[in-house]
Design a protein around this ligand. Structure first.
Ligand code: ACO
Length: 429
């Protein structure tokens, strides 16, 4: 196989080296293209652009394969827990017992928020979307740790990682408590990560609260499945913002904003809203599928389609099985789950979806599990944040340590007006 490619332009030849990844993915190295030829590349949405070399996560979208640090997602979902998976993503290897215990203890040790942060939650309106609170509070965290957030200092990086992993669940639970007008419940460091989060979410000071182990197990599974997904919109945002060498809190806050959008992590909320709309309307699933296909209708089927997967999303497969178990245990027969399965059947047997290789993605069934757990719709993307956090951290750290990192700064093809002279306001027609 050839290890270079030639681009002929205007009598010049540019020889691009072909780079090959561990799994034989191939890319043209065009780093010197503009300097040699004056040309840039045009690739809206970065559909063909490799922005980094990364050793964190591998996806084969054609075959529906997802691996964190080489380990298949199915094995991690079955055998690992969220803290161990986070360690794996951030440090590159599965931990020893001692390493895992230290990691757990360090995270437990940092779960409290400074009391000075409480008024921040009070300042938001009751109906504030919790993703806005998550992003604002993550940015605000930086103001409490200004002496320890230098992105080039390994000790600062380490403590910032523990603080983010430990405090974001507390922030999420406080945002929820604020929205329902209940007192904030402080972290319990005797509890495990997921149990502690559920306790902060659902306990009230007036009475004891027992975390349902099956709910905790289902949440752990969802967190693992969301933990990383290579260079998606929010991760690329974290890397781009971080490439300016701003502190990690600011970079993660930007990633949270990117994840909020309905084309990305906000799709889990959108899916359940659509299922409710179908349930409460006179139309059937087929007419919603017809709307999704209609180019004159902006409606798209949320939770369907993916930039990379052209096959069943392996996470969706695992989540669908879990939804079956968890929903029947927690709520019995859920009409929304039945509508979702019917929608999937209708879509997957429709030529439009088959030809475009549109399958359910991670967001299609996850919202139904969150709903069965008793979470309100706008908290669904917040759960995605907690899951994706270790992935963002791992990718941010890889970016910081990579000698090839430069500040992210795409080019453009200018398409506006040519040079013209300023016209005084009174002389404008
Ligand atoms: N419903 C109907 N048609 C769709 C859908 C959908 N959900 N998704 C894609 N299509 C169609 C597009 O209209 C396009 O059709 P065309 O070729 O006739 O123009 C074709 O399939 C290709 O889709 P693109 O939009 O070009 O794919 P892209 O890679 O740019 O977008 C995305 C991917 C954003 C995920 C898209 O599939 C979508 O909007 N899905 C719904 C939102 C969603 O579920 N987002 C979560 C994704 S997973 C995650 O981010 C965690």
């Amino acid at each position: 196989m050839s290890d270079s490619a030639r681009i002929e332009f205007d009598g010049q030849t540019f020889e691009a080296e072909v780079l090959t990844g561990t799994e034989d993915e191939r890319a043209l190295d065009i780093r010197k293209l503009r300097a040699s030829t004056g040309l840039i590349t045009y690739d809206p949405g970065y559909v063909n652009t490799g922005s980094v070399r990364s050793a964190v996560t591998f996806i084969d979208g054609e075959q529906g394969i997802l691996r964190y640090r080489g380990y298949p997602i199915e094995q991690l979902a079955e055998h690992s827990d969220f803290i161990e998976t986070s360690y794996l993503l951030i440090h590159g290897e599965l931990p020893t017992t001692e390493q895992l215990e230290t990691f757990r203890q360090q995270i437990i040790h940092h779960t409290l928020l400074r009391e000075d942060m409480r008024p921040l939650f009070d300042a938001f309106p009751r109906d504030a979307h919790p993703m806005a609170i998550m992003s604002a509070a993550t940015s605000a965290l930086s103001t409490f740790y200004q002496d320890h957030y230098d992105p080039r200092d390994p000790d600062d990086i380490q403590v910032s990682i523990y603080r983010l992993m430990a405090k974001l669940p507390t922030v999420a639970a406080f945002a929820y408590k604020k929205s329902i007008g209940q007192p904030y419940v402080y972290p319990q460091n005797s509890m495990r990560f997921t149990e502690n989060f559920l306790h902060m979410m659902f306990a009230v000071p007036a009475e004891p609260y027992q975390v349902d182990p099956e709910v905790a197990e289902a949440l752990t599974l969802l967190l693992i499945l969301h933990a990383d997904h290579e260079q998606n919109c929010s991760t690329s945002t974290v890397r781009l913002v971080g490439s300016s060498q701003v502190n990690i809190y600011a970079a993660i806050a930007a990633g949270i904003s990117a994840l909020w959008g309905p084309l990305h992590g906000g799709a889990n909320q959108d899916v359940v809203e659509t299922l409710l709309e179908i349930r409460d309307s006179d139309s059937d699933t087929a007419s919603f599928v017809a709307r999704a296909k209609d180019k004159n209708d902006p409606f798209r089927l949320p939770g369907f389609g993916h930039r990379v997967y052209k096959n069943y999303d392996p996470r969706a497969k695992i989540i669908k099985e879990a939804a079956d178990r968890v929903i029947s245990k927690l709520v019995g027969d859920d009409p929304l789950f039945a509508i979702a399965r019917e929608l999937e059947d209708v879509a997957l047997s429709d030529d439009y979806f088959v030809e475009r290789k549109l399958y359910p993605n991670v967001d299609f069934y996850s919202g139904l599990i969150y709903r069965a757990m008793g979470l309100p719709l706008d908290m669904f993307p917040v759960l995605f944040v907690l899951g994706r956090l270790p992935g963002w951290i791992a990718q941010w750290r890889e970016m910081i340590d990579d000698p090839e990192t430069r500040i992210g700064r795409p080019r453009q093809i200018y398409d506006g007006a040519g040079e013209r002279d300023y016209v005084a306001i009174g002389d404008r027609g």
